[in-house]
Design a protein around this ligand. Sequence first.
Ligand code: BGC
Ligand code: BGC
Length: 833
Amino acid sequence: MLRKALRRSMLAGTALLCGAVQAAEPPVHPETWPAAESPIGINPAVEARIDELLGRMNVEEKVGQVVQPEMKSVTPDDVRAYHIGSVENGGGSVPNGDKHASPEDWISMIDAYWEASVDVEEGAVRIPMMWATDAVHGHNNVYGATLFPHNIGLGAARDPDLVRRIGEATAKEVRALGMDWSFAPTLAVVRDDRWGRTYESYSENPEIVALYADAMVRGLQGEGETFLDPDHVVSTAKHYLGDGGTDGGRDQGDNPAPEARLRDFGGAGYPPAISAGTQAVMASFSSWQGTKLHAHKGLLTDVLKERMGFDGILFGDWNAHGQIPGCTNGNCPDALLAGLDMYNVPQDWKELHGNLVAQVEDGTIPMNRLDDAVRRILRVKFRAGTFDQGLPSSRPHAGDETLLGAPAHRAIAREAVRKSLVLLKNDAGVLPIEPTGRLLVAGAGADDIGKASGGWTLSWQGDDNTNEDFPGATSIWAGLRDAVEEAGGTAVFSADGSFKEKPDAAVVVFGEHPYAEFQGDQADVALHTENEESLQVLRALREAGVPTAAVLISGRPLYVNEQINAADAFVAAWLPGSEGAGVADVLLAAPGGAVRHDFNGKLSFSWPRRPGQTPLNVGDEGYDPQFAYGYGLTYEDDIMLGQLDEAEVPVDDAPPGVFLTEGRGRNGFALSIGDEQAPHIAVVGKRVATYGSESLTLTAIDRDRQEDAWAVRWSGRGEAWLELSAEEPIDLTREANGAMVLAVSMRLDVAPGGAVMLGVGGEDSVMLDVTDRVKRLPDGWSELRVPLRCFGENGAALDDVTTVLRLQTEHPLTIGLSDATIAETSASDSCPN
Ligand code: BGC
Ligand code: BGC
């Protein structure tokens, strides 16, 4: 590996950066892994057709099959010129940037790409392209589609047949747009719920993941007679391997588990997915014991392909190959050599295409490895009927608008919502609610379909949607209202819980704002949005003597003991999606009080007792959850929960103006780091680095006490920043007027190699050049001080500050960092010039 990296960098005429070479790949023992067998089998006639095609393809044509660009960065002309074999639409990538794009918009766009792929000169090979998308909770990128509960809710439902039916319905909606391939299911076995992708996981328990892997693959792809027929699409088991077991729950982090544990937990879903016939597997962004999965030949080739007999496409994750030390997004033979068959290379595909062609020609990549990769891709295309299907718009179901959000699909989604609700508390028997009375529905989540749907919904983060973006969908409030009105009762909505006429009962819906991937990483398992607001509403209703049920919308189990205590009943609803009426189905009784649908959900993740109680998993030594794995009450149960312990909540009693003490964020502020690729990586654990080139690394160090400060190291390999920000903006105008300064306690370890910028603000912080200030810091710990007005005078909106500190450079620099506060001015303070 070292030699290869050296050779490449010599070719490129640049010096090898020290530290860019990763440790020797940790060895694996494939014979200790379970074998699997695809039910499809190798068809000699198909293989012979592939031989024939391979024999006629030149290197450019072959390489065209192994790179998959993203639609925003590739045109139909590119597809024709570079013989591109597949295209994806990434999260939130929609025709003409219009998230309300119609099926017609999608299909005519896909048609154009497809036509280019078969527009070949006479006698040349004709290989039609495939279109891939992230249909991870229904066809979630598409306006009007059915949105099923995210996987965490399905895990609670404990119903593989339901999961299979969801796969079938999703496949039909994908087909309605003329697409071929979905990047689902996620088979992560998430063991640390700080991870922002916890909701994409069915369970912390590998058994549930294994059961559902089988069900979802069969649902999406069909089986036997129906295997990849016009009702089904190619599925992708992801993210291979160990993505739910990273240290600190860090997205794209490192999984330190011993091999047997990696196999038994993270690995559990793959043999069943392969035995159910999955035609694609996506490699993980993460590393195992320090080696990026995309470079791990032992796991990619020896375990997955040889031991588990996977004969389909081993696909990459979004630019993940570029994170292999020595690689860039546009240059990375290592991944193909390790066993990857197709690169997920959204933007830099042209450069990668050129480099791969050159690397095959100069022998860096043996032709038989490229041929094997192409063979696998063509094999899947033959199995999927890609060669025989015509223009996407001409295929069965294509353009059938009645399939998007079809009533039959919505009915399955509503059933899934019903089955996934977990009842944590029902002390006063508030539930089920008699529907003939007066019901108050409150909370910021009650009438918000976007919030109920979470990330991967119309956009990547899913945080920019309103109810108007979901035609045909039902919010939780609308579902409750309709059911109450139908029963002859009265339903009133008031987000803040205020009322004129006292209700007979109330339902309060609140929870997490949508997020995806690393944007959802947290330093703990507490609720960080609507925490105070929900408590106020619940406590006011308690005060007023209104029997109240709370409904939590969240992508993970959260410490919410205060809310549980303040409510009479408490329901975990996860991320239910577009069919909010499923909540009313269970919470409301029939007139007269009879149960219509009982609670069915059981926790597939252990529920924490404290905000910092993570990792927390069934089977752990000293397992002490608030609600154990498998917990979930029904209407039959007669259990009084009583008052839960709130005493252990660390209260943030920092005085105003204190944002960082002893390396920890205060007053709602938290540290994050970022670069262009991943702008906001939460600082959790003892070491955090930006992805890929590690342009910025934070490591816990000791100043006066154990780990009370950070070593912040910029490597000079690209621009990166450190930020101290909060959800809720603060107003610093008064402080600025009062001539107060931003004081940052730091120590200079390695002097800056170029400009260092310090910023205050929010989305767009105003950045001031503080290079000289930093250079002139005395030895040891001292303060970097800048009057707040200096930022205001340069245009910072000091009345609306969410970032009190942003330090940024693209040059080498190492500092210690421990505190950041607003301090009184002194005579020597001035603006940096
Ligand atoms: C995610 C994958 C997803 C891919 C394609 C990546 O960032 O990790 O789960 O399938 O993007 O959009
Ligand atoms: C894309 C997602 C992708 C992500 C990876 C986003 O811009 O829309 O599909 O998963 O980048 O970082």
